[in-house]
Ligand binder design. Sequence first.
Ligand SMILES: NC(=O)c1ccc[n+]([C@@H]2O[C@H](COP(=O)([O-])OP(=O)(O)OC[C@H]3O[C@@H](n4cnc5c(N)ncnc54)[C@H](OP(=O)(O)O)[C@@H]3O)[C@@H](O)[C@H]2O)c1
Length: 249
Amino acid sequence: MTLALITGGSEGIGLELAKCFASDGTDLILMARDMKKLNQAKQLLEKTYAVHVTVISKDLSQPHAARELYEQLKDRNIDYVINNAGCGTADASWRIPPEQDEAMISVNVTSVTVLTSLFLNDMLARNSGTIMNVASTGAFLPGPYIASYYASKAYVLRYTEAVAEEVRGSGVHVCCLCPGPAATSFYRKSRQKVPSFAMQAADCAAYAYAKMKSGQTVIVPGMINQLSRLVPKKPAMYFVGKLKKKKDG
Ligand SMILES: NC(=O)c1ccc[n+]([C@@H]2O[C@H](COP(=O)([O-])OP(=O)(O)OC[C@H]3O[C@@H](n4cnc5c(N)ncnc54)[C@H](OP(=O)(O)O)[C@@H]3O)[C@@H](O)[C@H]2O)c1
């Protein structure tokens, strides 16, 4: 039986990815903060698919949380590590309380780095395994009025691409998922409206799962999102600034 760890697996893109793994018969470890949502996800997955789901409640914004998670799981021979948990705030950078940015960086940047590094050592020793880190199309450009979130995702993309190159030919696959807008509660939590052109999280996850399995390194679901990479930085940045400033008042 194969085993996948999905951080932020209780809802949104993480839960949809969990369904993809479960439909292939992969057992799951889902980690997030809210135990009620985690148990709901476990129930849903175990009722629908023939898999076993373990749930772990942990706050990745806390110092050492990623290390503790690894210590808890290091003997379980995890085949897939999906660093999906993420959060962000859209506002003028000077209006975001620094402690909120610090917590976001702990989740989006520090935890992704620590979990990649620790699990990668074990996977390299076995010459097998896959790590998929979740960035965003926000990684492709500076994001006025969502500056720290976009910057955190740029880190995830560049870090993951570099690590993927380091392990090329080792039997371990490292890849980065860059979703564009997807209809999840991420927007409500970051006090933004879901854009009308947002993808369904299930479509985003199905595409990501298939491309991860095929060995792709940078995965961008959706044609418009793929094309967005080609827009020059200045106009793209201007557009994001207009969009975010208007929405956030
Ligand atoms: N939705 C989009 O448009 C979009 C676009 C590009 C990239 N992304 C990225 O995709 C990933 C998934 O986002 P989503 O849209 O599915 O968001 P979501 O529906 O808000 O789900 C986020 C998941 O992360 C968990 N999480 C958040 N903060 C955490 C913390 N401090 N410690 C542990 N777990 C935490 C949440 O559970 P708890 O709250 O219970 O902890 C939840 O399971 C994120 O990395 C996000 O940045 C999303």
